[in-house]
Design a protein around this ligand. Sequence first.
Ligand SMILES: *[C@@H]1O[C@H](CO)[C@@H](O)[C@H](O)[C@H]1NC(C)=O
Ligand SMILES: *[C@@H]1O[C@H](CO)[C@@H](O)[C@H](O)[C@H]1NC(C)=O
Length: 613
Amino acid sequence: MASMSLRFAFVLFWISILASTVLSDLVISKIDRRIDLTSQIVRVVSSLKVENRGHDTASEVLLAFPDIQAKNLAYLQSSHHEGKGKGKQSAVSLPVTLVQPEGMPSDLTFYSISLPKGLEKGKSFTLDVLAVFTHSLKPFPEEITQADVQLVVYQDSAYYISPYEVRFQTLAVRLPSGRVESYTKYPSTKLVESDIKYGPFENLPPFSYIPITVHFESSYPFAVVQELEREIEISHWGNIQVTEHYSLVHGGAPLKGGFSRIEFQSRPPIRGESSIRHFIAMLPPRAHSVYYRDEIGNISTSHLWSDSKMTYLQIEPRYPMFGGWRTSFTIGYGLPLRDFLYEADGKRFLNITFGCPFNEIVIDHLIVKVVLPEGSKEISAAVPFVTKQSQEVKYSHLDIVGRPVIVLEKTIVVPEHNIHFQVYYKFNNLALLMEPFLLISGFLFLFIACIVYMHTDASISKFSASYLAKQQLDEVRATVQQVLSIINRVLAVHNKLETSLRDLSRTGDVQSCKAARKAADGSFKDLAKELKPLLGYLQSSPQASQIWPKVEELLSKEKELQEKLMAKHSAIVDGFEKKSARREVENRVASIDQKLAILRQEADELLDTLDDF
Ligand SMILES: *[C@@H]1O[C@H](CO)[C@@H](O)[C@H](O)[C@H]1NC(C)=O
Ligand SMILES: *[C@@H]1O[C@H](CO)[C@@H](O)[C@H](O)[C@H]1NC(C)=O
């Protein structure tokens, strides 16, 4: 039923023209082909025996792929086993190049394999070819529900498409399981367990072709990284920091009818078999400081374990991923420098793997950036396949000219590309000292700046003239305040004397009035003693030169006040004792009081002025 609709779902490729010019010199006397469909990556392994039937020596063998397949060809490798007998053989890889031979069908893509030495007339040569394809399994039905099993379709030719006559051939298609919806049957086709066998076919002319379609169950999660950026940063201080940014999509049949976590968890036998629940990254041994995060933050559902050969990181996305779902995340880890950096011929070189550490993942676009230490020169990269190379500069703190970065880009990357590549560069060891030198000189500069600053500050605080002047002025001000407070106390004694005089006129108690006078005399003496050093200081201080006349004026006013007050006191007490006429005493005192009032006002004004100083 599904196979009926298949005819409409897919456009089969075909070869439009049969070549008129036949490369008659070579013949494929035998070919065994195995197509491995067990994962999302299709691998075709062919073992060919080529025979030269012409007169001229042959130096190349052509391989032909229909364009529709060639556009998904990720990796092509050819090798030859040297030596006789099993175990003594060693594989030698043969150069493969894309070619455009003349007079060939236009919808085929050709590759040429160079033979190690010319193949003479009548001789034969055996070689193996591995071709790896991505995006060649099409989900059908195109959408599935969470409970459905994923079915996919693969199409190819049962005959080996070749520009040469093929004498004898077989084909085996390996499936993930024996659960096959349908497959194209020709005479002698048989399904044995999970292998479909076609052939043998004999004596077929060049470009013979018959289509096959296989529709089968594949629960393999089709993890496709649309873009991966790997940054490998070398620090000569002993570490290589690797940071990998993934944007990943599940390339399998998109989910229809929404996702139910309850159903996902409660139906163990089915529960979205083709969904991606976790990945395992195989990192080099001694990887350290491993982390895994996405846009939201660090993801803790990751597990790390290691043995002597590998460090394994199992990561789990926040949700199981179904067909068409996307996610982006970053993993990062540190590696010991000595495991990957070597020296040869006066150059240093990094020797590390190119691809990503996850198993059976397809990468549509891979960018590998190798960040070299600042000051690296004569940079070159040696990659065993074609990549687009460019250079840029990365700046981080403490960099002056920036770090040179070599950028390698490649489209359609499969695990076969996860092989070692090298980045060579020259580096002057002195440049290694640049950063510490910068740091040390930076700190030194800071220290010197601090010392200079503190020194400057010290000279300000202890030796600067303006600072001294300010300090002296402050001292003068404090002294003036002390003088003012003593004068105020003197004036308070004045008030006490006045009070004693008023008491006398009320009570007539001359003795207590005299006692008050005596006490006042004592106070005046004490206060005069306190005042003396303060006045001595003010008189000698140049900072007090402006204020000194006012202080002197205040002192003389006070002295006058005191004299007048004493005179008043004596006059009244005398008057009492001599029982003088009240009127006479009052007359004498009135003129003194007038004088006292004026003096008090003048003293008050001086006190205010001095208080504001
Ligand atoms: C994530 O983990 C890395 C490595 O353990 C750590 O340096 C970083 O601070 C973490 N970030 C957050 C947001 O927790
Ligand atoms: C790079 O390392 C691999 C694996 O250790 C090794 O086989 C290969 O020879 C090294 N390449 C170079 C150029 O040293």
